[in-house]
Design a protein around this ligand. Structure first.
Ligand code: TA6
Length: 308
């Protein structure tokens, strides 16, 4: 029986009526989590949260209908883990975009039913011969996932080498929305951002972020919590964060999404990425033996008239 065989995983980490491992799409091993507060699906491939839904709400994460669930391929949607760099490698564009852990298989390290009935799952990955060829540092990376009516994700980097290293990364979260015209992001006013759609020019955010074209913005030096207000679904998605000084907002819009075979026609209207990140001037320097935690907490609340 291999380490990631569902039967073995269920024996060691399964939780009756709450957490079960099985073969999911493309034969990838998934953990299905259901508890009185909400539900989630996590793939061992990429340490990738595929779905999250608090009880009585519509799904919070978007997943493309054309996602490829294949070894070595990134999954389109959910929360890809970008690490140890965000977007292209800083000096070698032959290296995989967004690092190498989102296409690697992670191991299960821990699972627990918490006192309040919520569920906890920890996956981990460490350096290997393959990773050392791409990035010459020893590390341990863990993703700690807590599912209640809030989805709490903590990405913990440990430098297990004897030299310091610099790393970036992101919880590259894709959010499910009623329609791109219906939403606004009320949290980044006054922040400086790199506008990747306009040749990387630095600009300052005026007012709320609304999306009416391809949008690819790296907001720097911001610890702001973000709110996606969705008039169509009459809800707010709150994204609070710790250990992150960069927030990325991305929607590929029509032309770019049409060129992506793992993006369904017109699906760009139903998603927006708000990514909890450290990139560009916000990357992290980690001393040997030290750890860094990148946290994202996602919650939903009704969008009632009296919300200010
Ligand atoms: O987070 C925005 C971004 O860096 C965009 O530039 C776009 O490349 C997106 O990530 C998706 O990247 P992927 O490699 O998953 O297609």
């Amino acid at each position: 029986m291999t380490t990631n065989e569902p039967a073995r995983l269920n024996h060691k980490y399964g939780i009756r009526d709450q957490l079960v491992f099985s073969e999911g799409p493309g034969g990838l091993i998934i953990a299905e989590i259901k508890n009185p507060h909400g539900e989630a699906t996590v793939a061992l491939h990429g340490g990738h949260i595929l779905a999250f839904r608090p009880r009585d709400h519509a799904p919070v994460l978007w997943l493309s209908s054309k996602s490829q669930f294949k070894t070595g391929k990134a999954i389109r949607g959910g929360i890809p883990v970008c690490w140890p760099w965000f977007a292209n490698h800083p000096t070698d564009t032959d290296k995989p975009a967004h690092g190498f852990v989102r296409t690697a298989v992670w191991s299960v390290s821990e699972s627990e039913k918490l006192a309040d009935g919520s569920s906890y799952l920890k996956l981990s990955i460490s350096d290997s011969e393959e990773t050392l060829k791409l990035w010459p540092h020893r590390f341990r990376l863990e993703i700690n996932i807590t599912v209640s009516d809030v989805l709490s994700v903590k990405l913990v980097t440990t430098n297990t080498d004897n030299e310091p290293f610099i790393c970036g990364g992101a919880l590259h979260s894709y959010f499910n929305i009623s329609s791109i015209e219906n939403i606004m992001n009320k949290c980044l006013e006054g922040c400086t951002y790199i506008d990747k759609f306009y040749k990387g020019r630095r600009k300052k955010q005026a007012g709320s972020v609304t999306i009416r074209r391809e949008t690819d913005r790296i907001y720097l030096d911001t610890k702001a919590d973000c709110i996606i207000e969705d008039n169509g679904l009459q809800r707010r998605i709150g994204i609070s964060k710790n250990g992150s000084r960069t927030t990325v907002v991305w929607n590929p819009w029509i032309d770019k999404s049409a060129k992506m075979k793992d993006f369904g026609d017109g699906e760009y209207k139903r998603m927006v990425c708000v990514e909890t990140t450290n990139a560009d001037t916000d990357v992290i320097s980690l001393a040997p033996g030290h750890t860094h935690t990148l946290e994202s907490h996602v919650r939903v609340e009704p969008l009632t008239g009296n919300n200010e």
